[in-house]
Write a protein that binds this ligand. Structure first.
Ligand code: LFR
Length: 489
């Protein structure tokens, strides 16, 4: 049997990597060809927090060349975080910077949009959860603050679509990443004309999305050799879930990285009042599936603590948290003030003060506050998912970089009172590679892809041990209720 080799470009808000994936005899092996910190910059004119797209493009090209140097590639495909985009003019030139989703330009934009269309109507059309940084509200900000940019724009490319454009010149919009915009119609699978009109986007600004696993163009390597460009699940979380070794409909996934994305895979969307009330979204999955999930603040919190505490090694940070007393200071990790705080440590302590919890001092107690609060949040979402589907869950599968955090894995099992399976680690790159291999004909179906993943990568199981007392859950719920009752800025 021939060996199939693809380069999976996986760009997270924290770091990016280009991974060589090789399929031989039904076994999949990954080799990291290149890794870099995702570069950002401040726009000199507007002060907006942006992505340094020129450097990102250079790093991606370098990574693909490095993968090709390891072994001759058959194809390449890119996945990235959701919601962010680049505008192009009629000549294919970028208009304005690629503003990052945590930038303050979206402050107040949800309310501005809701003044023109009821949130229930947005929900009915899209089935996507409400988050201030969704593309819909970012575009409303562009329309309000830089109408000239929108007037000149002929194409809107989400970040993976833009990378594919850089590599091949092809202008496409891929389905899974398009759903993160909250502008795709749930029924048609195409851009919703009313939502486009609402932000003043011309009807042809985005193309009818192509399915994950579509060959969209060719990339010419520095050697002059041509390889296929395949759109994988362009959304990193879609690619991660594609490679999650889910054992059936009773298992939830928890894609753990900068964000914690927790949910279930479903053939049909959940559009009833429970989904709306809990703010679950029906993001597009690969192969006709839905990812019914919600965004939890995730490891962004610990990344912030780590930066302010002098950048200790992650292992030292986890060891310090392990040594700190358990369930001492719990807060609502999804408080909007944690989205982009001036100081993460100060904001965490402020939330503790408001909740009447002891103020964590030093690395161990601060990290412990974050991990304990995240684990309790997972338990809350586990309960919500059980209400939503009307049946209990039997296991939580933690996938992605965060699955290496054995402390948080165990806390999750203890708080959710369910077995947890952790791994694989590079799930987004794996799913990305599997979708490419499906497009190349080397893997026959999503079921086969998951069987290959299962046979090629080990997972670690955590049984629920020291169950978290009800009183702790109650303290957490009080903190969440308090933060929900707070008027929004
Ligand atoms: C995870 C992720 C989430 C998305 C968030 C912002 O990397 O893609 O799924 O909601 O980033 O784009």
């Amino acid at each position: 049997l021939p060996i199939t080799r693809v380069a999976a470009v996986d760009l997270g808000a924290g770091s990016g990597r280009v991974i060589l994936a090789e399929l031989a005899d039904g076994h999949l092996a990954l080799t990291e060809a290149h890794r870099f910190e995702t570069p950002g910059l401040i726009d000199p004119e507007t002060g907006e927090q942006c992505w340094d797209v020129a450097t990102i493009e250079a790093e991606v090209r370098r990574g693909i060349a490095a993968a090709e140097a390891l072994a001759p590639l058959d194809s390449v495909g890119c996945d990235t975080w959701g919601v962010d985009f680049v505008l192009l003019d009629g000549e294919g030139r970028r208009i304005g910077p690629a503003v990052a989703y945590r930038d303050k330009r979206t402050d107040g934009m949800m309310d501005a949009v809701f003044a023109r269309i009821a949130p229930d109507e947005i929900w009915r059309r899209t089935g996507i959860h409400f988050q201030p940084y969704n593309t819909l509200y970012q575009l409303a900000a562009v329309a309000a603050q830089h109408p000239d940019r929108l007037a000149r724009a002929r194409h809107l490319l989400m970040m993976p679509d833009w990378l594919h454009y850089c590599l091949s010149g092809a202008i496409t919009n891929e389905f899974t990443i398009a759903t993160t915009s909250q502008m795709l119609n749930l029924e048609t699978g195409d851009w919703d004309p009313a939502l486009l009109a609402l932000v003043g986007a011309a009807p042809g600004l985005m193309k009818t999305p192509v399915a994950a696993g579509t060959v969209i163009g060719e990339h010419v390597l520095p050697s002059g050799r041509r390889i296929k460009v395949v759109a994988p699940g362009g959304h990193d979380t879609a690619s991660a879930v594609a490679a999650a070794p889910l054992g059936g409909p009773d298992e939830a996934f928890l894609s753990s990285g900068t964000w914690s994305l927790m949910g279930i895979e479903s053939p049909a969307p959940f559009t009833g009042p429970d989904a709306r009330r809990f703010n679950f979204g029906n993001e597009g999955g690969v192969c006709g599936r839905r990812r019914v999930l919600k965004n939890l603040m995730g490891l962004w919190l610990i990344q912030g603590v780590r930066k302010e505490m002098g950048g200790p090694a992650f292992a030292d940070l986890v060891a310090a948290a392990r040594a700190a007393p358990a369930w001492t200071s719990v807060i609502d990790p999804d408080d909007p003030r944690l989205l982009n705080p001036r100081s993460m440590v100060a904001t965490l302590r402020q939330l503790c003060a408001e909740a009447g919890e002891p103020l964590p001092d030093g690395l161990g107690p601060l990290a412990r506050c974050v991990f304990d609060s995240l684990a309790l949040d997972y338990a809350r979402v586990k309960d919500e998912l059980e209400v939503l589907r009307g049946a209990p869950l039997t296991r939580i599968r933690i996938i992605g970089g965060g699955s290496q955090n054995t402390l948080l894995n165990q806390l999750c099992a203890d708080a959710c009172r369910l077995p947890v399976s952790a791994g694989p680690v590079e799930t987004s790159a794996l799913g990305n590679a599997c979708l490419q291999m499906m497009a190349l004909g080397a893997i026959g179906s999503l079921e086969e892809a998951r069987a290959v993943v299962r046979g090629s990568f080990a997972v670690t199981d955590h049984r629920p041990g020291d169950l978290v007392p009800d009183a702790v859950h109650a303290r957490f719920r009080a903190a969440v209720a308090r933060s929900a009752a707070r008027p929004r800025a």
